[in-house]
Structures are given as C-alpha cells and as structure tokens.
Design a binder for this molecule. Structure first.
Ligand SMILES: Nc1ncnc2c1ncn2[C@@H]1O[C@H](COP(=O)(O)OP(=O)(O)O)[C@@H](O)[C@H]1O
Ligand SMILES: [Mg+2]
Length: 263
C-alpha cells in the first residue's frame, strides 16, 4: 500500500493493535496480533474455541493489559487508560455470558449501561441535581428507542424473567447501546439463538453499522459472519492467521486448514 493510502487508512482507524501478545503466566494466549478497526465497519473475529477471541476483546476493552505490544484507540495508547475511561471514548461491550439482572425491570437493566463513568457521581444522585434528573428523563425516553432498535416488543417496566434467551441477548445489546457507542464489542451475541433469531441479530448489526457504529463481532455462525462483515480477522492458537474481506478469508488456505483440518 502506498504511503498516502496508508495514512488515509490510518485516519479512518478507530483502533489499532500492534504486535499484541498475552499470557497469563503460562503459555501464550495471543501472539503478535496486529490489525486495525476502521470507523463504521463491521469487523468479525472468528476462530475455534480457545483461539483467544474473548481475550482480545478483553484487551481492547482494557479489562486485560497486553503482555507486550500496544493497543491504540483514536491514537491513544490504552496502557494509559483506566477501563472506565473507555466509556468516554465511546467504547461499549456485551459479554459472552448473559449479565442480565432478573429482579430489575427491562428499563433498569438497560440504564445500568449508562452508570459507568457518570459525571457528578454519588452526590449528584443523592441531591437529585437538575442535570441528573434531566439526564435520567432523556435516557428513559431513549430506552423506548433502543427497544425498537433491537426489535424487542416488551414494556420497559416488565421484569425480564418471562423473556426468551434470544430476547435477553437483545436486551443486553440495548444496554450496551444506551451510551451511543462509537465502538461496540459483541462477544457471541448470536450464540444459542435459533436460525430466525440469528437472522434478526444480523439485521440489527447492519442497522448499527448504518448509524456509523464500528462493530467487533465474535461469532461462530459463518453465514452470519459472511453476511454482515466488512472485514474478518481469523485467530488460531492466539495467532492471526488471516484477515480481509469475507470472500478473501473464506478462500485462504490457512483458514480452510484451520477449520477443516486439511490443506
Ligand atoms: N484470565 C485467564 N487466566 C488464564 N487463562 C486464561 C484467562 N482467560 C483466558 N485464558 C485462556 O486463554 C485461552 C483463550 O481463551 P479465550 O480468549 O476465552 O478464547 P475464545 O474466546 O477464542 O474461545 C484459553 O486457553 C483460556 O483458557
Ligand atoms: Mg470466547
């Protein structure tokens, strides 16, 4: 790539991983991983179980520090950032295992996503400062919009205990969206969904991308990955073995070998 094209590409990058390594005191879980996330694109992270996908997401979201290498978000080295500072950079995520509170309403579950790194802190809440009351009202209005965006036809005042697993996954997604992220990290949002729910999840991800949200999707369903991704990164035993458009990675001999066990 020419220097001009390279600098244009870099300008469009929201995240850049440079030679990221990770171990937890034992064998390497990630080895020399380098790739970039372009603004407004859907990037899928695929690879067999244990390949290091969740670890990579945990590193981008500052839950883990790389053992070597660096992660830049908007050009800021995340080594200097606390996890709660990420929300101010517009980074939000969901987790591989559902984290829904069954004894809180749908609205309360979604608003939980807004409580990270709030301005004003505890005293603003106790004193019910006008700015905080106004913010809560605005966010409550937004809950309705988010329920529509993720295709959930439930009352914000209902409890989630009667909701199906697929609906709970979408509720978790709505929570990650309450702060209007620029970068959304989704760890297997479609795992455990039935085929029609997977198609619906794909449509939701396309709607998010249309709103210029950069998405990182960890997913095993190749039909979903191939359908929604602009860019696919393939991890195998902690190494990035291929990256490119869905078509490029689908015909990469190393990817075929990793998935089918043959060259
Ligand atoms: N906190 C941790 N401590 C020790 N090992 C871990 C930790 N997190 C992940 N691992 C190991 O890292 C490897 C990759 O795990 P993970 O990133 O969860 O893979 P994937 O999401 O691709 O299935 C696994 O061998 C796992 O046991
Ligand atoms: Mg995982």
């Amino acid at each position: 790539m020419s220097a001009v094209l390279q600098s244009l590409a870099a300008e469009n990058d929201i995240v850049r991983l440079e030679g990221v390594h990770k171990d937890f005191g034992g064998p390497k879980v990630l080895e020399d991983v380098t790739f970039s996330l372009s603004q407004g694109h859907v990037h899928s992270l695929i690879g067999p179980n244990g390949a290091g996908k969740t670890t990579l997401l945990n590193i981008v979201s500052c839950l883990y520090r790389p053992s070597a290498g660096r992660v830049l978000i908007d050009g800021h080295d995340t080594a200097t950032l606390a996890p709660h500072a990420l929300a101010t950079l517009g980074v939000c995520r969901t987790f591989q295992n559902l984290k829904i509170c069954r004894n809180m309403t749908v609205r309360e579950n979604i608003l939980l996503g807004a409580h990270v790194g709030l301005q004003g802190g505890l005293w603003a809440g106790i004193l019910r400062l006008p700015a905080l009351v106004r913010r809560d009202r605005e966010l409550s209005d937004k809950v309705q919009d988010l329920l529509a965006l993720v295709g959930l036809d439930v009352s914000p005042d209902s409890l989630p205990d009667a909701m199906s697993y697929g609906a709970l996954k979408r509720l978790e997604l709505a929570r990650a969206l309450i702060r209007t992220p620029r970068l959304l990290l989704l760890d297997e949002p479609a795992a455990g969904l039935n085929p029609s729910e997977k198609v619906e999840m794909g449509r939701i991800i396309e709607r998010l991308a249309a709103q210029h949200i950069t998405v990182v999707l960890i997913e095993h369903d190749m039909k979903l990955v191939m359908g929604v991704s602009d860019h696919v990164v393939v991890l195998n035993y902690g190494r990035c073995i291929a990256q490119g458009t869905p078509t490029e990675v689908a015909r990469d001999p190393d990817v075929i070998a990793a998935y089918l066990g043959t060259k």
